[in-house]
Design a protein around this ligand. Structure first.
Ligand code: ZN
Length: 481
């Protein structure tokens, strides 16, 4: 199947029969999605947009060169639509990574929101005064050896004050609950579990305090709302989309929630809550997390559009389908019967019922004959990502293209685009210097949102190219919807 034909969503997985069958089974009817084509679908083959511009990938390479030039060193300000996007992927004048400095500044700003007993411990050892001094230190290139060493010791002291304070708060909470806690020679599983639970809750409270008041996070909340509205318009305006599927997808986009990084004690990810550049859609909780490194280093509209698309993707669809099977429903009621002591007598009967029909019910769980592996690199068919990710890139880029088109100035649109993909510009890198080795390494890695040139090119879908006013000057397979 040619990548330039607008032949319905099946085109997105040309060459992946297992995945196509899975989508058929979860969407009920592949034909229903057929109409969700971009009306410029035929433009996929058009090498140029009249009156406009040079090649897309050439423009982006130019931007990446500029971003990592000695003048900018990974930091650049890009104005668009009355807003200035700060891309902060380099170091600040003091030599700290910008994302780390943003985190530490956010900690300083949150001192009155932090859990009281924790903040008191930090104050007692002058954490905030020392941190302000640490962040103002002379950069290594203009400092003496003694100054560099003193500042490095101060950095170590700051981490130990932070960690000691967390540990002391937890210890005090445990002693309060169990006065003999410190005398225990070893901890029972129950005590360890209690401690772990308190630790997760404390960390979640700390991360909530750090980020909830941050201006950058407030922007993420606004951008999340913008993307959701645009996504809904995109679906509503897709006349060819089957009405039942359309209303299902609309409902799914409406139900997605946004999570402040690190705020859920059951889902703590310290890297994501501090400096990692990434984002996730949790298909069990129907929730998007934008990691702190992401919203502190560039624009995240494209990322949010991509993550929303996972709510329509294979994993979420399979989960919803399986959750609604008779087997899942019966297992849930069995679980609640087991947990509810009042009805414990009902269990043997319930269990016998489930056991008897288990093979029949379980067979319905696997509608595709077991040949689906959406994350399997073997079915990636020459794309940089697996089919779940490609689906999200294909739909996400269409929603993002609509947002781009709302920026009146072409230069502003391009700036918005650059600020969204700046994180994929890395130089010098393994990928640029040793492309074959980098590709070989990637085949065996499980990183879900990889950067890299190929991914960047795949993101330049026809609607995005049209919005940016540039031509396809590269070879990359395209998901034609
Ligand atoms: Zn993804």
């Amino acid at each position: 199947m040619g990548i330039c034909s607008a032949t319905g969503i099946a085109g997105a997985w040309a060459g992946d029969p297992g995945v196509v069958r899975a989508i058929e089974s979860v969407s009920a009817d592949l034909g229903k999605v057929k109409g969700l084509l971009d009306r410029s679908g035929r433009g996929d083959c058009d090498p140029s947009v009249p009156g406009l511009l040079p090649g897309c990938s050439e423009k982006i390479e130019e931007f990446c060169e500029k971003l990592h030039s000695p003048r900018h060193r990974g930091n650049i300000e890009l104005p668009w639509g009355g807003r200035t996007e700060k891309v902060l992927l380099g170091r600040n004048p003091q030599g700290f990574s910008q994302v780390f400095a943003e985190l530490e500044r956010a900690k300083l700003a949150s001192r009155n929101r932090l859990p009281k007993e924790f903040a008191r411990k930090l104050e007692k050892r002058d954490y905030f005064g020392k941190m302000a001094r640490y962040l103002r230190a002379k950069p290594p290139r203009s400092a003496s050896l003694r100054e560099v060493q003193a500042n490095s010791r101060l950095g170590g002291e700051l981490s130990s004050i932070w960690n000691d304070s967390v540990n002391e708060v937890l210890q005090e909470k445990m002693v309060q609950r169990h006065p003999g806690y410190l005398k225990l020679e070893s901890f029972s599983p129950e005590i360890s579990r209690e401690y772990d639970g308190l630790e997760r809750e404390l960390h979640a409270e700390i991360y909530r305090s750090i980020w909830s008041g941050s201006a950058r996070w407030k922007q993420v909340e606004k951008d999340f709302a913008t993307v959701r509205s645009e996504y809904l318009r995109f679906l509503e305006e897709s006349k060819e989309l089957d009405p039942a599927l359309k209303s299902d997808w609309i409902a799914r986009i409406k139900s997605v929630t946004l999570e402040l990084p690190g705020s859920d004690p059951d889902n703590l990810d310290h890297g994501c809550a501090t400096t990692t550049r990434n984002a996730y859609y949790n298909w069990l909780k129907d929730r998007i997390t934008i990691c702190a490194g992401d919203f502190n280093s560039g624009n995240e509209l494209f990322t949010i559009a991509h993550e929303f698309s996972h709510a329509l993707g294979i994993h979420r669809s399979l989960y919803l389908q399986e959750k609604n099977t008779e087997l899942a429903t019966r297992l849930r009621s069995l679980a609640s019967a087991v947990c509810d002591q009042a009805t414990v007598g009902a269990c043997p009967k319930e269990w016998a019922g489930v056991k008897e029909r288990f093979p029949e019910l379980a067979a319905k769980l696997i509608p595709r004959g077991g040949d689906l592996a959406p994350s399997e690199t073997m079915v990636s068919g020459g794309f940089s990502e697996d089919s779940e990710e490609r689906f999200s890139d294909a739909l996400g880029s269409r929603v993002f293209a609509r947002i781009l088109k709302q920026v009146p100035e072409l230069e502003g649109r391009r700036n918005l685009y650059y600020s969204s993909i700046a994180w994929t510009c890395s130089r010098p890198s393994m990928e640029n210097t040793y492309p074959e080795e980098a590709q070989a390494e990637k085949e065996f890695s499980l990183e879900p949102h990889s950067a890299g040139k190929q991914r960047r090119l795949e993101g330049l879908t026809a609607p995005v190219r049209e919005a940016l006013g540039c031509a396809k000057d590269f070879e990359a397979k395209e998901c034609a919807l």
